[in-house]
Write a protein that binds this ligand. Structure first.
Ligand SMILES: [Ca+2]
Ligand SMILES: [Ca+2]
Ligand SMILES: [Ca+2]
Ligand SMILES: [Ca+2]
Length: 378
């Protein structure tokens, strides 16, 4: 196994790999905005599937312009069919973790490629990467959604600005690419309609055996006074026939940053946490827990929702931090102008669920990332 340590910074990702003598590898990304919106390291587990075509005008252009780079580069050793181990835990079943960057903007347009640096015995390099067309990619997640044994990947599109134009459109599509032994299938991607998609989570939400796609819609671009943030997030349902983009579940969110799924109350039904909150003009200071009521596509609604105070959240971690048998929710915020005491909070879970009074506040500076290291051992 490869020992690795990676740190997330705005604009840079560093990887220390046991296979590369501890050297630091620096990655190029095509994003002059310095916003590395999300990064995923593909290795261990795949836990999460898609179908549709409503092609934006430039989609075809992208495919025509780029006729290479979507398969494994020539200097990459082709996977040996005899040595493939299913299900794959990395792209192409090569046995090395791969690193994905969602590229949002190059200063000219948002319709650019996102990068996947392929792991190898020699580490990582720009010469050994896959590029996939994306539109203002922000969130990214992966799973084997169609049960092919190969990892598939979804990029959430937060906005689109075409070359030569100044207007930004938030009503775009987020792409799912299916994995193949030779890279990713560009011809049969799924295009999910989304609205300022900040994050994507691939998980079998309704436990029917098929991975579902949760996309958090953060901002519609229709003004700063509230309505632009008070929009629905989308859940597209996986099935043996792929995805029906006209049959989705919509749940209200407000300036949502991330979605996480866990069975918080241990009733065998998944619950969804959307970390919300927009202070300027909107004045919403709460995140949502949608409690699952049944394992069906109608199992989540505003009638079964709990709110937790939060302000301008950027990310969230769900874990049993204090090892008392109940999940805890750690919400991390960044820029706050008012009610900054809500910025970084651990909401402690208990037998009665979550009590907004049962909370620990942790000061930070505009925190944008969050990880919990280690386990409780007492
Ligand atoms: Ca697959
Ligand atoms: Ca499902
Ligand atoms: Ca539950
Ligand atoms: Ca706990």
């Amino acid at each position: 196994m490869i020992l690795r340590f990676y740190a997330f910074l705005f604009g840079a990702v560093l990887i220390f790999s046991g296979c590369t003598s501890g050297d630091v590898t620096e990655f190029e990304t095509d994003d002059s905005s310095t916003i590395l919106s999300d990064t995923e390291v593909l290795d261990e587990t795949m836990d999460e599937t898609t179908d549709y075509d409503e092609e934006p005008d430039e989609t075809t252009d992208i495919l025509e312009e780029i006729d290479e780079g979507f398969e494994f580069p020539d200097d990459t050793e082709e996977p040996d069919e005899q040595e493939e181990v299913f299900p794959c835990t990395d792209i192409g079943c090569k046995g090395f973790p791969d690193i994905v960057f969602s590229n949002m903007d190059n200063g000219i347009t948002t319709n650019i490629n996102s990068f996947i640096y392929l792991g190898s015995a020699d580490g990582y390099s720009p010469e050994n990467r896959i590029e996939l067309p994306t539109i203002g990619a922000m969130g990214v997640d992966f799973a084997d959604v169609n049960g092919s044994g190969y990892i598939d990947i979804v990029f959430a599109s937060v906005k689109e600005r075409k070359e030569g134009e100044s207007d930004e459109n938030r009503h775009t599509v987020s792409y799912l690419y299916y994995g193949t032994p030779d890279g990713f299938d560009l011809e049969n991607r799924v295009e999910f309609p989304t609205v300022g998609g900040s994050d994507v989570k691939l998980v079998d939400l309704d436990k029917d055996g098929w991975i579902d796609v949760i996309i958090t819609n953060r901002y519609s671009g229709s003004g700063m006074m509230g309505d632009g943030y008070k929009i629905n997030s989308y859940i597209y349902w996986g099935s043996e026939n792929g995805f029906d983009i006209n049959n989705r579940l919509e749940l209200p969110t407000v300036g949502v940053a991330k979605a996480r799924v866990a069975d918080l109350n241990g009733n065998g039904i998944n619950d969804i946490v959307f970390v919300n909150g927009v202070q300027e003009f909107v004045g919403v200071f709460e995140s949502y827990i949608y409690w699952g009521t049944e394992n069906s596509k109608n199992g989540w609604s505003v009638e079964n929702r709990t709110t937790l105070p939060s302000v301008s959240p950027e990310t969230v971690t769900i874990d049993d931090i204090n090892d008392n048998g109940y999940y805890d929710i750690f919400i991390s915020g960044w820029l706050c102008l008012t009610r900054c005491n809500l910025k970084n909070r651990i909401y402690w879970g208990g037998p009665q669920g979550f009590d907004p009074q049962n909370v620990t506040e942790l000061p930070t500076f505009n925190a944008s990332g969050l990880k919990i290291i280690g386990e409780y051992k007492h």
